[in-house]
Ligand binder design. Structure first.
Ligand code: COA
Length: 185
C-alpha cells in the first residue's frame, strides 16, 4: 500500500473525547518498535519481527506518510490508524480504476478493549470524508480476527466479498454512506 498522496497533509492534530491523532514524530519510535515486535498484535498480520532487527531497520521517524495518524492517549502513542491506497494487483476492489482509500489500524495490546480504536478510526474517517468528499473507504481483515471484524462492522463497513489471501480467509468491506461519515456509536 502507498500513502494517500492526494490530500493536504499533515492536518492539524485531531482531538477526540480521549485521544489525539497526529503525524508521526521521532518520539514515537519506541512504541512503533513495540507494536512491530508484538506477537499478539501480529497474530493475524503475518507474524512479528525480531526486536533487534527492528532496532536497526526502523527509521528515526517511523510511519511518516500522508494518511498515517499516530494515536496518542495522555501524551503517549497507543496505536496508529492509516488510510492508504489499495494496491491494484491485490484482490478486493470497489472501483474499476482501483487505488481505493483503505483503512488499517494497529494498537498496542494494553490499549485494546477500551474503545480507543473505534474512537480513533471514526475521527480518521471523518477527516477523510472532509478531505476527499464522497470517496468510499475499503477495509480488508482476516475473518478469524474477531476484534478487527467487530470494529469494522461498528464503523459501518459492509461486506463486499470474501476471498483467500496470504493463506487465510479475508473479509473485504466498504463504507460509503453517511456522507462519508461513519455512524455514531
Ligand atoms: C483490531 C484492534 C484495533 C481492535 O481493538 P479493540 O480495542 O478491540 O477495538 P475497539 O476500540 O472497537 O474497542 C472495543 C472494545 O472496547 C470496549 N470498551 C470499553 N470501554 C469503551 C468505551 N468507552 N467506548 C467504546 N468501547 C469500549 C468494548 O466493549 C469492546 O470490548 P470487547 O472487545 O470486549 O467487546 C486491536 O485488536 C488490534 O490492534 N489488533 C492487532 C492489529 C490488527 O489485527 N489489525 C487489523 C488489521 S486489518
Amino acid at each position: 500500500m502507498t500513502g494517500l498522496g492526494t490530500v493536504a497533509w499533515p492536518p492539524a492534530p485531531i482531538r477526540t473525547e480521549r485521544l489525539v491523532l497526529r503525524e508521526s514524530e521521532a518520539r514515537d519510535r519506541a512504541a512503533f518498535i513495540e507494536m512491530f515486535a508484538s506477537t499478539e498484535v501480529h497474530t493475524y498480520l503475518g507474524g512479528a519481527r525480531p526486536r533487534d532487527e527492528l532496532e536497526h531497520a526502523v527509521p528515526e521517524v517511523p510511519g511518516r506518510r500522508p494518511g498515517l495518524f499516530v494515536v496518542e492517549l495522555g501524551g503517549a502513542m497507543i496505536g496508529m490508524v492509516a488510510l492508504d491506497r489499495r494496491d491494484a494487483e491485490r484482490p478486493g476492489h470497489v472501483r474499476p480504476e482501483a487505488g481505493e482509500a483503505e483503512l488499517g489500524y494497529t494498537f498496542l495490546p494494553e490499549a485494546w478493549g477500551h474503545g480507543y480504536a473505534a474512537e480513533a478510526c471514526r475521527a480518521a474517517l471523518a477527516w477523510f470524508a472532509d478531505a476527499s468528499p464522497g470517496e468510499p473507504v475499503v477495509l480488508c481483515t482476516q475473518e478469524a480476527n474477531e476484534r478487527s471484524m467487530r470494529l469494522a462492522v461498528k464503523l459501518g463497513f459492509t461486506e463486499v466479498e470474501r476471498f483467500e489471501e496470504y493463506g487465510a480467509e479475508q473479509w473485504f468491506g466498504v463504507v460509503l454512506g453517511h456522507g462519508g461519515r461513519p455512524p455514531s456509536p
